[in-house]
Design a binder for this molecule. Structure first.
Ligand code: PEP
Ligand code: MN
Length: 339
């Protein structure tokens, strides 16, 4: 259920509502907006009568939320969530671009990539240090050494770091080096991992599972949020369908659908979405046109020798050209891109 407090309701009235909800067995999550405080209660809906709460001092309105996800629901924070990391705001007017290789492979690779993506206007460098590979014989990532390299290059170039956490045992390490913890498609329903990330206070980039519905994605976000970590960024990265012309089927419609259903920022990953370098720019442009809050794009200085996902990694010049096009599209839809 949701209780929307009146504009400027004093703390004592907010606290009174919280106390009553807690007494009835609800766990209360509070969202403080610019004008209104919204209280989201998760608990025994059967015994809950909105009319009883609507007469309390300071309460504007009260709703049962029948949707299975409550905290991720747009109604919990109709103004939208903006995730602020240093000077970078994800979910605000600026479209945020994250770029870099699929995997961290060497210090030289990351140094070259960090400086070129920063020059082109990216705000975040990506790179997996722990890689979920389909084959156990494929390159599995550099681990902590890779995270160190990423952090140093990001700091030198004024970038943030996003890197994947594959298992709950890696959360502490990723927290030390990365600004955003990525949950990969294969882990979208690793509920133990999601619960532990709910206890973290680091922003989480949650990718849509390879066969997950939009509702399942939102329920996975709810796992993280129910632990108190509201800093979740959702990512459409393509789903598996009968189509074989592309690696996955990038569901562009998921972007406006998610923007209607949730207050969380939504970004697109055209690289995994299509799996082919020649198709990535079109899907990146489509993501911005569709209202995406950002992009995560694979870029490699020498894609033909990449240890993973070379075929879908853009050449640096292609990335720079794409950024120019994205700026034009962003301004056409009332957004902007730095650079
Ligand atoms: C990645 O970002 O390199 C990756 C493995 O992505 P996904 O989990 O979407 O496949
Ligand atoms: Mn990849």
């Amino acid at each position: 259920m949701l209780v929307v407090m009146q504009e400027g309701a004093p703390e004592s009235q907010v606290q009174n509502v919280i106390d009553r909800l807690v007494m009835m067995g609800f766990t209360v999550h509070r969202s403080t907006g610019v004008t209104h405080t919204v209280l989201g209660g998760v608990g025994p809906l059967e015994t809950f009568d909105p009319a009883e709460f609507e007469v309390l001092d300071g309460v504007q309105e009260c709703h049962r939320i029948v949707s299975p996800y409550k905290l991720a629901n747009k109604r919990f924070r109709p103004q939208g969530t903006v995730i602020e990391i240093g000077s970078v705001k994800i979910g605000g007017p600026e479209v945020i671009v994250m770029a870099g290789p699929c995997s961290v492979e060497s210090e030289e690779q990351i140094e070259i990539t960090a400086s070129l993506v920063a020059k082109a206007g990216a705000k975040v460098i990506r790179g997996g240090a722990f890689k979920p590979r389909s084959s156990p014989y494929s390159f599995q990532g550099m681990g902590e050494a890779g995270l160190k390299v990423l952090r140093a290059a990001a700091d030198r170039n004024g970038l943030l770091v996003v890197s994947e956490v594959m298992d709950r045992s890696q959360i502490a390490l990723l927290t030390e080096y990365s600004d955003i913890l990525q949950v990969g498609a294969r882990n979208m329903q690793n509920f133990n991992l999601l619960r532990d990330l709910g206890l973290s206070r680091k922003p989480v980039l949650l990718k849509r599972g390879i066969a997950a519905t939009i509702e399942e994605l939102l329920l996975s976000a709810e796992y993280i949020m129910s632990g108190g970590n509201y800093q979740v960024i959702l990512c459409e990265r393509g789903i598996r369908t009968f189509e074989t012309a592309t690696r996955n089927t990038m569901d562009i419609s998921a972007i406006p659908v998610l923007k209607q259903l949730t207050h969380l920022p939504v970004i697109g990953d055209p690289s995994h979405g299509v799996g082919k370098r020649t198709l990535v720019p079109a899907m990146a442009r489509a993501t911005v046109a569709a209202g995406g809050d950002g992009l995560i794009i694979e870029v490699h200085h020498d894609p033909d020798h990449a240890l993973s996902d070379g075929a879908q990694s853009l050449f640096p010049e292609q990335f720079a050209e794409l950024m120019g096009q994205l700026r034009l599209i962003a301004s056409a839809v009332g957004r902007s891109i730095a650079g």
